[in-house]
Design a protein around this ligand. Structure first.
Ligand SMILES: [Zn+2]
Ligand SMILES: [Zn+2]
Length: 185
């Protein structure tokens, strides 16, 4: 998305951001859009606002793919490129680290590299398909959102019944003793 400074007066200008889906500029992202405020002060531009976007992410717990829709605040500064600098050079000393300061040459500047960077930084490092995602059991490998873990035997499992009978403390043992007593008298 290119901005020509000849079209931009000093002061506030609203700019609409919209990028068609499947753009090669921002792999994995779609539905990027929003209204940003461009504040021009001579050669210096400050662009602020919020961008809505959607992206496809792999859940860090269950490894399922899901679509995240979110908004990201944007704050980008542009200043003219100085001799010896390369285009898009980031200025680290003048501004706080969390601000993007980009340079431009001539009368045209490209907003997309800065938007792409903002969105890529906004992408969560440990995405969750939902806050209470139960993930995958490390033992049996089952997706615990859909199936029960089968690492420990089920309490209803007939093997537990057999173990209870062997221990001799079940109801069947008491009944047996009671019958024996009745027969003896
Ligand atoms: Zn998940
Ligand atoms: Zn398991």
């Amino acid at each position: 998305m290119r901005i020509n400074l000849r079209d931009i007066p000093d002061g506030i200008t609203a700019i609409e951001v919209a990028k068609p889906d499947g753009s090669p500029d921002l792999p994995g992202f779609s539905d990027i859009g929003g209204r940003l405020t461009l504040d021009r002060n001579g050669d210096i531009l400050r662009i602020t606002g919020r961008l809505a976007y959607a992206c496809r992410l792999e859940c860090s717990r269950c490894l399922g793919w899901f679509r995240l829709e979110a908004q990201e605040p944007v704050e980008i500064y542009f200043r003219p490129q100085q001799a010896g600098e390369t285009a898009g050079h980031r200025e680290g000393e003048l501004k706080a680290d969390d601000l993007s300061v980009l340079t431009y040459r001539g009368a045209e500047l490209d907003l997309w590299p800065a938007i792409r960077e903002s969105l890529e930084l906004a992408r969560p490092l440990k995405p969750l398909c939902r806050q209470d995602c139960r993930g995958i059991c490390h033992g049996c490998g089952r997706d615990l959102n859909r199936e029960a873990c089968r690492c420990a035997p089920d309490p209803e499992d007939p093997r537990w019944e057999a173990l209870r009978a062997l221990s001799g403390k079940g109801g069947a043992g008491k009944k047996g003793r009671a019958r024996k007593g009745a027969g003896g008298s």
